[in-house]
Design a binder for this molecule. Structure first.
Ligand code: FRU
Length: 476
């Protein structure tokens, strides 16, 4: 049978078997099996389309398919048939990540064909490929595939854009596994691409291979996002071996060079990788990422829940004072219910709030006055809690998941200066995920937690009086 149909039928027959205990309410997940990177994220014929790396047969990574879903508001998704399956010689071990572009109402997918060259899978070849759809649902790989074949090993995740009269493809790669590179290819007809330049090259400290390039313009700036592998020179911000990073800069299309400024992490938490962005009909730049990474412990697979992987909640990307800011897309507000609110409260010590929840949205503004140590605990019970704390001695915001349940533990620290002693938080909680947007989205920390169902209380705490200017919570 056709490999796409086979996958669709398997999903249909098995999707009700997944253990729902950590299934999220408003984050995108696959129906069964494994998902990783977002792919081909686009706005097409009035709806958002999201493709994703998918192994539908088990909750572990395997020969990659492209799953596909669409949404009117980026919150509620409708699953569509599998878009790509590894069914050709050139992609027989996986249809890896890539992008989509729309031309005259039709969709084109650019993806990487992955093929092992030996039985222990240490050697492989990656090529760039194209698929086409007239209706945005049924995709056909084109006969001209592979469209780029240079007998390369790490050579993947094409990001294709149109600039003036040409198509440009950014591809993640490396120079002999010493330093990551973004290679640039150019085409006048979107099928025949020629090598143009090395658009960007790491210095070796930011990973030995670059994956999933994303390039876009925002106001008068240009941005390159990269997902590097094996960052050796970790620092206080870029502290996981696979931390997606971005640089503002300038893309010189004549020279084929992206002139970089400083790199910053896109997300400062535990679980985040391979983000992609798109622009919608409201001219919003929206980012979505895989809410895990290759260094994450995969809890739902470990406990045999038959599913693994989810996307972050979509984030609108804004540019302010030379840095990117992130904001959960406003559509979430349409799903808010059961408002719980505190205003102008002075407190110290610990205060358990008169509300509970495991899937909600909150907005919090705290004037810390003279407190040295204060914050909020969520998913609290007698045995468990997930803690967000500000420590003035070190000027650090700390996300601590040491007592968050059955998942991996640890803390992430973020150096942060408070403006007038004020800390602003927007926290999205959804069953096993937390995304914290700090000080109007200057930083985001994403983390997976696996607490018990009854760990659902919320506490505020401080070592001396603080003023809760507002605390608002809505169930989603
Ligand atoms: C990033 C990545 C990509 C690759 C895909 C395979 O997470 O490693 O480079 O295309 O995942 O699933």
């Amino acid at each position: 049978m056709d490999k796409k149909k086979q996958a669709d039928e398997f999903i249909k027959d098995n999707k009700d078997k997944v253990n729902k205990c950590y299934r999220m309410k408003y984050h995108f997940m696959g129906q069964f099996g494994w998902i990783n990177d977002p792919n081909g994220f686009n706005f097409y014929k009035g709806q958002y389309h999201l493709f994703y790396q998918h192994y539908p047969y088990d909750s572990v990574w395997g020969p990659m398919h492209w799953g596909h879903a669409k949404s009117k508001d980026l919150v509620k998704w409708e699953y569509l048939p599998i878009a790509l399956a590894p069914d050709e010689e050139y992609d027989k071990d996986g249809c890896f990540s890539g992008t989509s572009i729309e031309e005259r109402g039709e969709l084109y997918l650019y993806y990487t064909g992955h093929k092992y060259l030996n039985s222990n899978k240490t050697e492989y070849e990656e090529v760039q490929c194209i698929a086409h759809s007239k209706n945005g649902i049924d995709f056909e790989k084109l006969k001209c595939n592979p469209i780029i074949n240079e007998n390369r090993q790490d050579f993947r995740d094409p990001k294709v854009i149109k600039h003036e009269n040409f198509y440009y493809m950014f591809v993640g790669s490396n120079e002999d596994l010493k330093k990551g590179q973004i290679l640039l290819y150019k085409s006048s007809d979107k099928f025949n691409f020629k090598f143009f330049s090395v658009a960007l090259e790491g210095d070796g400290t930011l990973g030995d291979n670059f994956e999933c390039p994303d390039y876009f313009k925002i106001q008068d700036k240009e941005v390159m996002i990269i997902s590097p592998q094996f960052i050796s020179n970790k620092d206080k911000y870029i502290d996981r071996i696979n931390t997606p990073i971005y640089s503002l800069g300038n893309m010189d299309f004549d020279e084929g060079k992206f002139v970089c400024e400083e790199f910053h992490p896109v997300d400062c938490g535990f679980n985040f990788y391979a983000p992609q962005t798109m622009i919608d009909d409201k001219n919003r730049r929206i980012l979505i990422g895989w809410m895990a990474s290759w260094d994450s412990v995969d809890v739902t697979n470990k406990y045999k829940h038959l599913w693994s992987g989810a996307m972050t909640f979509p984030r609108e990307v804004l540019l302010k004072n030379g840095k990117l800011l992130y904001k959960p897309i406003d559509e979430i507000k349409n799903y808010r219910k059961n408002t719980y609110e505190i205003k102008e409260l002075i407190m110290s010590g610990e205060k358990t709030l008169d509300c509970v929840g495991d899937s909600y949205d909150t907005e919090i503004i705290i004037d810390s006055l003279n407190a040295e140590n204060f914050g909020i605990k969520i998913r609290v019970s007698l045995e468990e809690e997930t803690c967000f704390e500000f420590d003035k001695k070190t000027n650090c915001f700390i996300f601590n998941r040491d007592n968050s349940g059955i998942g991996p533990k640890g803390q992430k620290r973020l150096n942060l200066d408070l403006d007038n002693n004020i800390l602003k938080l927007r926290i999205l909680v959804d069953k096993c995920s937390v995304e914290v947007f700090i000080n109007d989205g200057c930083f985001v920390m994403t983390g997976l937690i696996y607490p018990k169902k009854n760990s659902n209380r919320i506490k505020l705490f401080s070592d001396s009086p603080i003023k809760i200017i507002k605390f608002e919570k809505w169930d989603i």
